[in-house]
Design a protein around this ligand. Sequence first.
Ligand SMILES: [Zn+2]
Length: 293
Amino acid sequence: MTKIASQSITTGVPLPSDDRRSKNPIVCYEVSQLPAFDAKLYQQAKDTMQKVGEVVVPPRDGGYFEVPAGHFFRIVSVEGPQVGDLNLWNAHNLNERFFSGKTRQLHASHLTTGDRLWSNMPFLRPMATITQDTLDWYGWDEDGAGVHDVIGTRCDPYTNHMLKGVDYNHCCHSNLTRAFAKVKGLSLDGSEPHIHDVMNVFMCTGFTHDTHKYFMKASPVRPGDFIEFFAEIDILGALSTCPGGDCGSGHSDDIKPCYPLLVEIFKPAEGSLKHWSEAKRSGYNGQHKANTE
Ligand SMILES: [Zn+2]
């Protein structure tokens, strides 16, 4: 670390400058060198796929599901508008899990068809690819909102307690904690550290124009809408049906109408994924060496 000489008085603070604010924004990550979304490859497999399983996640609760690499899964709206909070793990190594922050940086604040759900470091590979999104028509509305964000972390009982002074046990964080505890045979305390920042499926969110605060508005999702993923590795997933329902008026209580979400798993026919192979973990050598020059 470079040592900076201490000064007793700070002087010479530069004045605000229009010139310093006038630079052009550049996109932080150029992703054009990544393999392009191969719509034809996935469509060929989809044309042959058969449903092999389903899980219904009840309102204000959590559920889990496993999807082998090379299979598809859908999260489907049934009965009424409902937001879902999604966590993903490598089914064989729980240290590898969905990395919402890097996914946001590589793609955008909201995801749709062709975007990938990336795993954390040191793995950093696509866990799943979004292959269909029936809400892709929504785009960006006049408030700057979009659907399926990777901004919000998940509603949780700690923030709720801090802000409202009450204990509520069906926030998405708790729903995911219970679901993961059940599938892995863990205590709630053992399960909780595995819960991570989510993909907010069907949630409609943005930042206010004037103060850049995170906002939500009623999800446009209707029964029959779905988002479809292709598993690039063997996946364990957990899904919470948010107590906010469509998240159009609030969350973290039992007041809003809430509905179940359906998870469907599909297997393509053998040989329908000819030029596909499981995603490989990052090729970085992992040495983290300091520059010794
Ligand atoms: Zn929630």
